[in-house]
Design a binder for this molecule. Structure first.
Ligand code: PMP
Length: 518
């Protein structure tokens, strides 16, 4: 009976994880530890380096947050009272503004929109950006119509205009030029939305956000359902410029002086959004370089393209500052936060929109029953209070634990340079990349690597032999992701290093039996 029931939910996934010993049931979780159901029914402690895919910066069941949530329930706090005054939500966005202003040294307000998950937060940003773009198109169209009207009423109707910008004769009739402008602009304004994202980027798996996620398997089968993105390589500033130049669309305007009219080119507002993660998570823990971040910001400004900074995984303090992008000096038009802002107990996202871009009418056309609920917003407010306490003491802990973790990983890499080819990351968002294992001596590892499954073999081994929970990144299967909580101990980091050393030694020795002995 049990197995039949199991089959009804993720049966295929369950069998696949069972093959590498990952079909474990966790019965309790606290801090950086999860307890697996042992054969005798007792809980076996496992150090959690997956951290709920980055949602557990504060650890499992943080006692202050559990008490806070229990108290909210005991107090019969209203959970679903939509369209009423919701002070916890206001407090969250006020605090986020304070933090953002401090970390980026700016004072422009950012408005907050709540949703239920990371991908949903991205879709909020996407919808808002397209709503804004539509209004920018309307504004430009109205401005050009006004200029044309002014030109015609200024008695220029019978005069001639230089139409060469449009490929018309230098002495073209105004009416003819106006007609050509109207035809060209109709096409220009119907173009778009241009969406630009980065190779290796991950922004969710919903209908819209899935098309911004680079991974082919997650994206391609659903491409017909939503607007497509153009992908630019990460950390290649000139390539990003080329994508923008390529996507640019010209509209035409008529500028009148006292004596004549002139045809001028304008960039049509075709750019909806450029999406970036300050540290690519699922793409293999790849931090953006400061030089690339600068280019992102400059191109965004030059082409009038809003920059959406996806801090769903990197944000909420994980990298040692609240916003990872603050360390890159990348100021976005939008920020999307989720995962750890729910403290591991609540599911929510907050999309912040810069005041200069914010369209208040959006509030009338976007909502969700569960968004901005009383429990998740209040838990998020408590999370922010914890993070900001003691002058941001927990950010410093994240940075220090990150350094400790990174140092341990680098040591292992130095001992097995032909197996571990890179260790990279920021704070408590670290990646360990394995090189080509086809000549490692391990037939099994080489075979699984060719199928993009090596990371799961490594995960199974580390779980069973060293009581370490981790997974590879979603789109870069040779990179193991490490996203423990701030509560991760020296002993757990050392155990991880020991486990990785043992794994590397088996790979070097080609000991396939040792890799699957569990
Ligand atoms: N953006 C980033 C950077 C993420 O890491 C993720 C989740 N891994 C998402 C978006 C999607 O979030 P969710 O799984 O909550 O939809």
């Amino acid at each position: 009976m049990t197995s039949e029931v199991k089959e009804l939910v993720d049966g295929v996934l369950h069998r696949a994880t069972a093959e590498v010993g990952l079909d474990v049931e966790y019965v309790r979780a606290r801090g950086n530890t999860v307890f697996a159901r042992g054969r005798d029914g007792t809980g076996v402690p496992v150090a959690d380096f997956l951290g709920g895919y980055g949602a557990l910066l504060l650890g499992h069941n943080h006692p202050d947050l559990v008490a806070h949530l229990a108290n909210l329930l005991a107090q019969e706090t209203p959970v679903l009272v939509q369209l009423s005054s919701q002070p916890a939500a206001d407090e969250v966005v006020r605090t986020l503004n304070r933090v953002l202003h401090r970390e980026f040294d700016v004072d422009e307000p950012y408005f907050g929109v709540f949703a239920n998950s990371g991908a949903e937060g991205i879709e909020v940003a996407l919808k808002h950006a397209e709503f804004d773009r539509g209004q920018r198109v309307d504004a430009m169209r109205a401005e050009i119509d006004e200029n044309i009207g002014a030109a015609l009423s200024a008695g220029l109707a019978g005069a001639t205009v230089d139409g060469s910008v449009l490929g018309l004769p230098v002495g073209s009739a105004v009416d003819e030029v106006v007609e050509e402008i109207r035809v060209r602009n109709a096409a220009a304004f119907a173009t778009g939305p241009r969406l630009i994202a980065l190779s290796g980027g991950f922004h969710g798996k919903l209908v819209g956000s899935g098309q911004l996620t680079h991974n082919h398997d997650y994206r391609s089968p659903f491409a017909s359902l939503a607007a497509q993105a153009t992908f630019a390589p990460a950390n290649e500033p000139e390539a990003l410029r080329a994508v923008f130049e390529d996507a640019r669309v010209t509209a035409y305007d008529l500028r009148i002086t006292e004596t004549r009219a002139e045809v001028v080119r304008r960039d049509a507002p075709v750019f909806c959004a450029l999406l970036v993660e300050p540290v690519q998570g699922e793409g293999g823990i790849v931090p953006l370089t400061a030089e690339f971040a600068k280019q992102v910001q400059e191109l965004g400004a030059e082409f009038g393209c809003p920059v959406v900074v996806d801090e769903i995984q990197s944000g909420t303090g994980r990298t040692g500052t609240f916003f990872a992008s603050a360390q890159l000096g990348l100021l976005g038009d939008y920020y999307v936060l989720s995962k750890s802002i729910g403290g591991g107990l609540a599911k929510l996202s907050v999309t912040l929109v810069r005041a200069a871009r914010y369209r208040p009418e959006f509030e009338m056309v976007h909502s969700s029953t569960f968004a901005k609920d009383g429990l998740s917003t209040s838990v998020a407010a408590a999370v922010l209070e914890l993070l900001e306490a003691g002058d941001g003491a927990l950010y410093r802990v994240a940075a220090e634990r990150g350094r400790r973790l990174s140092a341990a990983l680098h040591e292992v890499r130095a001992e097995y340079p032909e197996i571990i080819t890179d260790v990279r990351g920021l704070g408590l968002l670290q990646g360990v990349e394995f090189g080509d294992l086809s000549t490692s001596g391990s037939t099994l590892a080489a075979q699984l690597q060719a199928q993009g499954q090596f990371g799961f073999l490594a995960s199974g081994f580390l779980l069973h032999e060293h009581r370490i929970r981790l997974f590879p990144t979603g789109s870069a299967p040779n990179t193991l992701r490490l996203e423990p909580s701030v509560q991760v101990t020296d002993e757990e980091i050392d155990r991880l290093a020991t486990g990785l050393r043992a794994l590397c030694a088996l790979l070097r020795a080609g000991d396939d039996q040792g890799l699957t002995a569990f």
